[in-house]
Design a protein around this ligand. Structure first.
Ligand code: ZN
Length: 399
């Protein structure tokens, strides 16, 4: 992005991304019930190329999502970025990494414990055309969960991550997990979903792949609780596999000693869809009610881990006490960003990253202050300006 927006005056409207109709949730069961089978099926049919869709207002068909060898893969990533952005309240990172792959990662910052992170994830790339089960199913489930949960106040930070290049050797997730470990990201659990639409033995079981690494067993116990507590809403039995397979993105997190599990249709290879890794892996071959059940399980797990904030403490009241007459420019910026405001008594700024960690803070002593952020890596940050009990928060982008 090269365009500059100097001296924009911010108003209440620009705070929409924070105050955007967040509401307090009722219960985890209510959220499971909100998972909409029509919405799931639409995402699935669009993302696996059974029906056309629109990306950037252009009619398109996402016929395949093969990494590094088709435009379909980039189109698929564009689709994900656009859908996540349309939900509101998410910070969407479209993250190309060296080698040419592209993870799409959307963050919902926790209101109580922003540094405590749970990840729900799956790969969006494919090996052939269509590949509905592998892994348009999980991609659709994660979109549907994000569509609903992003409207609620949560305690802990949730990251909805869709990885590229899983099929080429877990490249996207490995890149992310390595960076997370280097940054000491406090990831408390990773729920990976891979192939959740074909129940070959027709017994409504869900495979949970785990290992004795970090607190992965704690995640398994949590999932079993969700299945028991909400059995009438979900209707699946757990099939725990320990030691679980390493052939999907959760193992990138095991390698960094993070707690992680995978949900999938198969406890063994022989239980998989017979159309595995072929262009015959089409929506018409799937067991859609089974796909809906695992999607609901995903919602139950992540809503439980997120923690639903009750109505009394869910007052994001910054709109009551908002600062006006303030300029933050340029945005995007390279190394230095300027903050100008009329009243500098008792004023300060704070810069945080997308998971809420404070990167710097300082008092403001002049009407215009240059903030040097040259040491930050490129990406998205938040700047909060406080002055006499009023605040303004703003997304800023470092190029
Ligand atoms: Zn897969």
């Amino acid at each position: 992005m090269k365009q500059k927006f100097p001296h924009i005056k911010f108003t209440l409207i620009l705070l929409g991304f924070i105050s955007n109709q967040l509401v307090s949730a009722q219960t985890v069961g209510d959220l499971i019930s909100e998972v909409d089978t029509n919405s799931l099926d639409l995402f699935l049919n669009e993302f696996s190329g059974e029906v056309s869709t629109t990306v950037n207002n252009t009619p398109v068909t996402i016929r395949n999502r093969v990494s590094q060898s088709s435009q379909g893969n980039d189109l698929a990533a564009d689709y994900l970025v656009e859908r996540f952005n349309s939900f509101g309240n998410l910070v969407v990172n479209d993250s190309p990494y060296s080698g040419g792959g592209r993870n799409v990662v959307a963050t919902q910052v926790g209101q109580t414990n922003p540094d405590d992170i749970y990840i729900i994830c799956g790969h969006y790339d494919s090996v052939a055309d269509y590949c509905a089960d592998d892994n348009a199913t999980s991609t659709s489930a994660i979109l549907e969960i994000a569509r609903i949960l992003s409207q609620y106040c949560i305690d802990n930070t949730i990251i909805y991550a869709l990885w590229d290049e899983e099929e080429r050797g877990l490249i996207g997730s490995r890149n992310y997990a390595n960076n997370a470990a280097n940054n000491d990201d406090n990831i408390l659990g990773v729920i990976n979903m891979d192939m959740i639409g074909y129940d070959k033995d027709q017994n409504d079981d869900v495979a949970i792949q785990t290992r004795n690494i970090a607190n992965s067993q704690g995640l398994v116990n949590g999932i079993t609780n969700v299945l028991n507590t909400h059995s009438s809403l979900i209707g699946l039995t757990p099939n725990v596999v320990n030691p679980g397979i390493e052939a999907s993105d959760h193992s990138s997190f095991w390698d960094q000693n993070y707690s992680a599990i995978a949900l999938s249709e198969a406890a063994t290879f022989s239980d998989l869809t017979p159309y595995y890794h072929t262009s015959n892996d089409r929506v018409s071959t799937l067991d859609l009610p089974y796909f809906h059940k695992i999607s609901k399980l995903g919602m139950g797990i992540i809503a439980t881990l997120a923690g639903l904030v009750d109505s009394n403490s869910c007052s994001l009241s910054i709109t009551d006490n908002v600062l006006e007459d303030i300029s933050i420019y340029p945005n995007p910026f390279f190394n230095v960003i300027n903050v100008s405001l009329n009243e500098v008594n008792n004023s300060s700024i704070q810069v945080t990253n997308v998971v809420g960690q404070v990167i710097m803070q300082q008092d403001l002593r002049n009407k215009t202050t240059q903030i040097n952020l040259q040491d930050l890596s490129k990406g998205l940050y938040f700047i909060k300006v406080s002055s006499n009990n009023k605040t303004l928060s703003k997304k800023i982008i470092k190029e």
